[in-house]
Write a protein that binds this ligand. Structure first.
Ligand code: ARG
Length: 458
């Protein structure tokens, strides 16, 4: 039987089911790299302040390095009886190097150890997620460049509203993703704070050098309060909140890709590599990837709720409840990385059906606002112009034609101020080019915005 590292005060052994119920090794083993990194820094600090001899420290560091390699090559035997990643590694260390291994845990606790591990893990993952976000934005920027002049209908209420350029529409996604990246970067500042030294909750009686450990681990700041250090999971909640907003954006983006690739819109075609067929309907090509990303949004929202609820009402300081922080956090990270990767791979393969977009922009009187603005330029008050154009649109609906099909005579029956130059403002190009200001849809503005994005904001 494996002896527990805390068995001293116990007489009876743990109930077999309780042992499995309380163990976390089945999921926290993935923290092993960070656990070993933290232990090596802790051992070096103990030697630095004279609590360990240099020889002891060397033995510990070498032992941990070998364990790291054993785990990496799949030669490590994880034991549920040893509960978690921390005790599995520590127990293996003592088995390898003998009694010296038992000195590693001097001046620390699993409480500050686990808080350190998660922060090291999350800091690294935030960096990976941020670079995937950058890759996705870069990929979108290429499509923006190609489609700066492509006209499509812009929607409100999913009804054709005004003509816009496809590049402009995609730049809206870039803005959302840039904010998502900024949120993650902001959260990273609070992740980058070292709990080690807090020990179980009150600190430790050894002459530790926390700045030294923090420097070895590359932490930006030290947790200022030992109680807070071991029981703060705000950083994980903040990360999950930023992740939830990012997934909300990706699910909206997904929804548009699903709509656009339908026969009814037919604005884009996703590459075969990102779609699947139907087992019964031979004609089907389903946009599975965006659908799945849309669907996965739910689990990330769920993880945010799990973490908030996990922390709610917990008295200070560490409670075993906190062990439940890992699975939602890991799954949030995995889901985000998967969704971003598949999106960044899929976007460049998307085919844009420019003629279909243009034809759709031509339907639904999308230049009606331009006609009203034209009348305003001729001195009509906007409300009156709105009324005049409304009547002209009703006339067109009854005559089953577009605004630009009306003769000048008919136009003048609505307003004597309308002249021959009205036809210029009714064109799609006239409409998009007129929105020529920062943030507007004119192709020249789209190119300028793209330029700013690429040079200063990526
Ligand atoms: N497996 C535990 C966790 O993930 C490690 C800390 C355990 N500490 C304790 N006092 N039981 O939270």
């Amino acid at each position: 039987m494996i002896e527990k590292l805390w068995s001293g005060r116990f007489t009876a052994s743990t109930d077999a089911f309780v042992e499995a119920f309380t163990a976390s090794v089945s999921f926290d083993h993935r923290l092993y790299e960070y656990d070993i990194m933290g232990s090596i820094a802790h051992a070096r600090m103990l030697a630095y302040v004279g609590v360990l001899t240099e020889a002891e420290c060397t033995q510990i560091v070498e032992g941990l390095t070998e364990i790291q390699q054993e785990i990496a090559r799949g030669a490590f035997n994880w034991s549920v009886a040893l509960e978690d990643v921390h005790m599995n590694i520590e127990s293996r260390l003592t088995l390898k190097i003998g009694a010296v291994g038992k000195k590693l845990h001097t001046g620390r606790s699993r409480n500050d150890q686990v808080a350190t591990d998660i922060r090291l893990y999350l800091r690294a993952e935030i960096d990976l997620i941020s670079s995937e976000l950058t890759r996705l934005i870069t990929t979108l920027a290429e499509v923006v460049e190609r489609e700066a002049e492509t006209v499509m209908p812009g929607f409100t209420h999913l009804q054709s509203a005004q003509p816009i350029t496809f590049g402009h529409h995609l730049l809206a996604w870039c803005e959302m993703l840039l904010r998502d990246r900024a949120r993650l970067q902001d959260c990273r500042k609070r992740v980058d704070c070292m709990p080690l030294g807090a020990a179980a909750l009150a600190g430790t009686s050894y002459p530790i050098a926390r700045h030294y450990t923090a420097q070895l681990l590359g932490f930006d700041t030290l947790a200022e309060n030992s109680l807070d250090a071991v029981c703060d999971r705000d950083f994980a909640i903040e990360f999950a909140a930023a992740a939830a907003v990012l997934m909300m954006h990706l699910s909206r983006f997904s929804e548009e890709l699903v709509l656009w690739s339908s026969a009814q819109f037919n604005f884009i075609e996703l590459s075969d590599a990102f779609c699947t067929g139907s087992s019964i309907m031979p004609q089907k090509k389903n946009p599975d990837v965006p659908e799945l990303v849309r669907g996965k949004t739910g689990r990330v929202y769920g993880h945010l709720t799990s973490l908030l609820t996990l922390m709610k009402s917990q008295p200070l300081a560490y409670n075993k409840d906190n062990q439940e922080d890992k699975e939602p956090l890991f799954d949030t990270v995995d889901t985000l990385k998967g969704c971003l990767r598949v999106f960044a791979d899929m976007i460049p393969t998307m085919q844009v059906r420019r003629e279909q977009m243009r034809a759709a922009a031509q339907r639904g009187f999308t230049t009606a606002t331009d006609l009203a603005d034209y009348l305003v330029r001729k001195g009509v008050a906007f409300r009156d112009a709105h009324e005049i154009v409304g009547k002209a649109v009703r006339y067109c609906i009854e005559a089953d034609c577009d605004l630009d099909a009306l003769s000048l005579d008919v136009f003048q029956s609505f307003s004597a101020l309308i002249e021959d130059d009205v036809y210029d403002v009714l064109t799609l190009e006239g409409s998009v080019n007129a929105r020529n200001h920062i943030g507007g849809t004119a192709p020249s503005q789209v190119r300028a915005a793209l330029q700013r994005l690429r040079t200063a904001r990526l």
